[in-house]
Design a protein around this ligand. Structure first.
Ligand code: PGA
Length: 249
């Protein structure tokens, strides 16, 4: 049985005040739920959030990490720094990083390696754009994204990761994939891993992300291959986020 996960990605939103107001409620729901609840605030709020959630079941993650381990890279934050501030996870390859900041499959794969090397669990995002879906290239695009990572960490390496299927067309648009659409891609991803290593495929959690809301979370999470959600916009509203966590159980 895979333990479901709900991860909140605040993106470039929030403040110290918001952390003070929201995090206690997240800690309560994390304690009540059997699912794992993860919060990924911006870098500058990690220390605040860590201080609140230190002795709770709420876990902390970064939204990205540098491509290098350390050195003269102004503005960057390394995996080791994330570990130092109390993170156990880091989002890698979010579609906003891929499209707005030009992160290729190779860059994403390098970051996955760096995350694993410093003991972080990478939450690796994959997904197709609307044009790619319309051209029926979803499988191809996701396969290339997964293959690039596999070439760096091997199939067994996926056992130390969490995957997130995030159709780019559903992120922040209010256009959620239907549970059936999402399930079919999740099944494809798991099937692809299973061709090489059934045990790893059965173990790896695959979250769905893209306009998950309190009203659609339960049905999405009920799909056999959907192991929780990566939540953007709705993670900024504490009532919505808590209700999505409860939908995961
Ligand atoms: P959204 O974002 O929930 O606002 O669609 C999801 C994500 O980008 O992870």
């Amino acid at each position: 049985m895979r333990r479901l996960m709900v991860a909140g990605n605040w993106k470039m939103n929030g403040s110290r005040q918001m952390a003070a107001e929201h995090v206690p409620g997240y800690m309560t729901v994390a304690g009540d739920c059997t699912s794992e609840i993860l919060v990924c605030p911006p870098f500058c709020l990690l220390a605040d959030v860590e201080a609140y959630c230190r002795d709770s079941d709420l876990v902390l993650g970064g939204q990205d990490l540098a491509r290098e381990a350390d050195g003269a890279f102004t503005g960057e934050v390394s995996g080791a720094m994330l570990v130092d501030v109390g993170c156990s996870y880091v989002i890698v390859g979010h579609s906003e990083r891929r499209t707005l900041f030009g992160e290729s499959n190779d860059v994403v794969s390098e970051k996955v390696v760096l995350a694993l090397e410093c003991g972080l669990t990478p939450l690796i995002c994959v997904g197709e754009t609307l044009e790619q879906r319309e051209r029926e290239e979803t499988g191809q695009v996701i396969s290339a994204q997964l293959d690039a990572v596999e070439s760096c960490i091997g199939i067994e390496g996926f056992g130390n990761t969490v995957l997130a299927y995030e159709p780019v067309w559903a992120i922040g648009t209010g256009m959620t994939a239907t549970p059936a659409q999402a399930q079919s891609v999740h099944e494809f991803i798991r099937g692809r891993l299973a061709q090489k290593d059934r045990a790893v495929a059965d173990r790896v959690r695959i979250l769905y992300g893209g306009s998950v809301k309190p009203g659609n979370a339960a049905e999405l999470f009920a799909q056999v291959d959907i192991d929780g959600g990566l939540i953007g916009g709705a993670s900024l509203n504490p009532d919505d986020f808590v209700s999505i966590c409860r939908a995961a159980g």
